[in-house]
Design a protein around this ligand. Structure first.
Ligand SMILES: Nc1nc2c(c(=O)[nH]1)N[C@H]1C(S)=C(S)[C@@H](COP(=O)(O)O)O[C@H]1N2
Ligand SMILES: [Mo]
Length: 483
């Protein structure tokens, strides 16, 4: 008897899941017509509410796949919630769906563009569809129709959002005046990272699931707070005063030997110039940088005003305006400081204030003070585990912004260090390529590199994780030298 009861229960669960998927899909589609993703808005709130350890773990386990994984988790939660709600009496179910729709609309309103009608329309479409599909007449064919409607709507929503991104890219990416990148003498080494990282290969790290798309004519940078007069800058104004500089940007999550960094040719207006124009009052010791995504970073004003720290409001990368993923139209960047402390992408406001400011990361347990990038060398050639000939050709990149690289050492099998040959330096803040040849007997070896900065700092040998001040240790690569 118990066996027989299982099949209808499974069918009921399938019908409920189908109703959940249909509601999710239609809600997402209505939201996408307004350029938003309900799923991503909910996902972003999950990221905001997660403790640092969870964020660190997902970064480590999933790296660039974390966003699709969060989306899938949000979708699965919506569907399983519907399955749970399906057992309730109709009145209780309607009340629960209304509450869920209201909460979802509320989360959507936390992200720009904050449109109440759009958020309500999307959440209502989801809840009404789910409710209708749950109460409608049953039958497996009907449930399958809801599944098709739901998944079709999800696909349509994704492609709507993708075409909006492409349109934004076409409208914003016009070439800027940019000097040709000089050669550094290491061009001929296959497998070695390029001197300048192409923008489409530059790592992307931020707390958003959907990249904010900002329109130039609806944007301005406001410099306010403890200033002589509030300043407003358009993108064109900033472009007109931008200068070019070369620098490496590094995520504090970059593991030893990792690729969460890139070397860029940036276009930016010095913060020193912008601050001079705004004439901050003497007690304005903190500069808060704010973005459309709710991310904030604050920096001390004194070293920026004196020029001790060379910070910029950046508007271009590698001869183009910033791409949406890298912060279009403007971001703050102080070469030498790790990405999460260096300033925000999608900048909207610079506020001069006094006293400590609580930034996005501080309640999540990260140190309050900006963390400086540690000197580090990465081995690109040979790739890990490769078979190679003799002598062994070794090559890589090393960085120690803002001081510059004074030397790179390499060694095999914990033997004596020997100096690598340094390629020409683009600027002290950019990475420097290096090459070396090691004469090793055939067999298995481990090759190691370390960087020495021009300030005299030798790369730390202690192996430490990214939290709290960036990973340390020496990059080690296993190689098999053939006879
Ligand atoms: N507005 C905003 N700015 C941000 C972030 C963010 O999540 N939101 N992430 C920061 C972090 S952690 C890093 S490492 C850099 C990454 O810049 P990129 O994605 O252009 O490489 O941006 C920083 N600026
Ligand atoms: Mo980062």
């Amino acid at each position: 008897m118990r066996r027989k009861a299982k099949a209808p229960r499974r069918a009921a669960r399938y019908r409920a899941a189908a109703a959940g998927l249909a509601g999710l899909g239609l809600g997402e589609l209505v939201s996408a017509t307004n350029g938003q993703s309900l799923i991503d808005n909910v996902g972003r709130s999950v990221v905001d509410w997660s403790p640092r350890q969870v964020v660190d773990l997902t970064v480590k386990l999933l790296s660039s796949r974390d966003k699709p994984a969060i989306r899938a988790a949000v979708g699965a939660t919506a569907i399983s919630t519907t399955v749970a709600l399906a057992r309730l009496p109709t009145a209780a179910r309607t009340a629960a769906l209304t509450a869920l729709a209201t909460a979802t609309a509320g989360l959507a309103l936390r992200r720009p563009p904050r449109s109440v009608p759009a958020a309500l329309a999307a959440a209502t479409a989801g809840a009404v569809t789910t409710s209708y599909a749950l109460s409608g007449s049953s039958g497996p064919g009907r449930a399958t129709a809801w599944v098709l409607l739901g998944s079709g709507s999800l696909v349509a929503a994704r492609s709507l959002l993708a075409s909006r991104r492409r349109r934004h890219e076409i409208e914003t990416q016009r070439p800027l005046d940019s000097a040709a990148v000089p050669e550094d003498g290491a061009e001929a080494v296959p497998g070695l990272a390029p001197l300048i990282t192409p923008a489409d290969q530059f790592y992307v790290t931020d707390v958003n699931l959907s990249t904010p798309l900002i329109e130039e004519n609806r944007w301005q940078l406001t410099i306010m707070g403890l200033v002589g007069e509030t300043q407003r800058w358009s993108l064109a104004d900033l472009m007109a005063e931008a200068e070019e500089f070369d620098a490496v940007m590094v995520c504090v999550h970059n593991p030893v030997g990792g690729h969460r960094l890139g070397n860029g040719r940036w276009h930016g207006v010095p913060l020193r110039t912008l601050l001079e124009r705004a004439a901050p009052s003497a007690e304005a010791d903190t500069l808060v940088t704010r973005a459309v995504d709710g991310f904030t970073v604050s920096l001390p004003t004194e070293p920026l005003r004196s020029g001790k720290w060379k910070g910029y409001v950046v508007v271009g990368l590698n001869g183009r305006p910033l791409s949406a993923a890298h912060g279009y139209p403007a971001r703050v960047f102080v070469p030498g400081i790790y990405g999460q402390y260096t300033g925000v992408k999608w900048l909207t406001e610079l506020e001069l204030t006094t006293g400590p400011h609580s930034d996005y990361w501080s309640p999540r347990g990260w140190p309050h003070e900006p963390a400086w990038i540690q000197p580090q060398a990465r081995i690109d050639v040979p790739a890990e585990g490769l078979r190679a000939g003799r002598p062994l050709q070794v090559a890589g990149v090393a960085w120690a912004p803002p001081h510059g690289i004074a030397g790179v050492d390499v060694r095999a099998d914990n033997g004596p260090w020997q100096p690598a040959k340094l390629a020409r330096e683009l600027s002290p803040s950019s990475w420097r390529r290096w090459t070396a040849a090691l004469d090793l007997v055939p067999g298995a070896h481990s090759v190691q590199a370390r960087a020495i900065s021009r300030s005299g700092e030798v790369q730390d040998s202690r192996e430490r994780p990214p939290y709290p001040v960036g990973a340390s240790g020496w990059h080690t690569v296993a190689v098999h030298v053939s006879s």
